[in-house]
Design a protein around this ligand. Sequence first.
Ligand SMILES: NC(=O)c1ccc[n+]([C@@H]2O[C@H](COP(=O)([O-])OP(=O)(O)OC[C@H]3O[C@@H](n4cnc5c(N)ncnc54)[C@H](OP(=O)(O)O)[C@@H]3O)[C@@H](O)[C@H]2O)c1
Length: 255
Amino acid sequence: MATALITGPTAGIGRAFADKLAIEGYDLVLVARDEARLKEVAAELTALHGVACEVIAADLTEPGQLAVVEERFRTGPIEVLVNNAGFGQKKPFWANTIEVEEKQFDLLVRVVLRLTHAAVLPMIERGSGAVVNVSSVAGFLQRGSYSAHKSWVTNFSAGLAIELHSRGVAVMALCPGFVHTEFHERMEMDKTIIPSFMWLDAVDLVDAAWADLMAGKSISIPSRRYKLISAAARYIPRTLIARLSTIGLDGRRRA
Ligand SMILES: NC(=O)c1ccc[n+]([C@@H]2O[C@H](COP(=O)([O-])OP(=O)(O)OC[C@H]3O[C@@H](n4cnc5c(N)ncnc54)[C@H](OP(=O)(O)O)[C@@H]3O)[C@@H](O)[C@H]2O)c1
């Protein structure tokens, strides 16, 4: 059986990917920090879908722990990598400590760069494989460091997709809008300020993403509303985006 490695599979989008890939028949390697929760999710996935699950408890922002996950690509074939682990921040860049900003940069950019590199080398040798990098529609906007990191993820993935297509390796950036997960609770954001029609379901999102990957897309933007928003973002004057960017995720104008 083929094997898929997912970062951040214990909640939200990552958990939906774990179920989807198990249903598609992949054995799983699950990576997150909370080992007890990882083991619980692994047992559930095995009971539900009959797949084998390995767990690696690792804080991916710690270089030594990240190295353990990179090594896993050398010890046995991984056919699908889903770079999904991530977190957001309520406060603007300048109001966060540089240490917190660096952790976010490491998880959203450095980890994606390193794990993609570790994954694609053996995939190129085998002439097959797929990498899904979970980005965000925020990457089409200018909203602080999170947007900048996600913009990098989308651009990096779409560029790599072109380079690796002829080598049999698929790379895709998944750009979700707002999705019901633990993400917003973790950043202590009031979810009620976002209109209900803007929210996506993680299972629907992942089903659409998987269909896009199978169709050979390099950028997946699930749902018609977010396709429209992302297309519009290319044409909205920068001055309007700059004005919108002064509104924080708590809905209030930033000082
Ligand atoms: N939810 C949204 O509206 C939304 C929209 C666009 C994009 N995204 C992106 O989607 C991805 C998944 O987000 P989500 O909404 O599903 O978040 P979530 O529900 O908060 O889940 C985050 C997952 O990442 C793991 N994780 C967090 N920090 C980690 C670290 N340092 N090392 C290893 N694992 C770590 C968590 O497990 P542990 O805490 O046990 O480590 C958990 O499994 C992120 O990249 C996010 O930026 C989310």
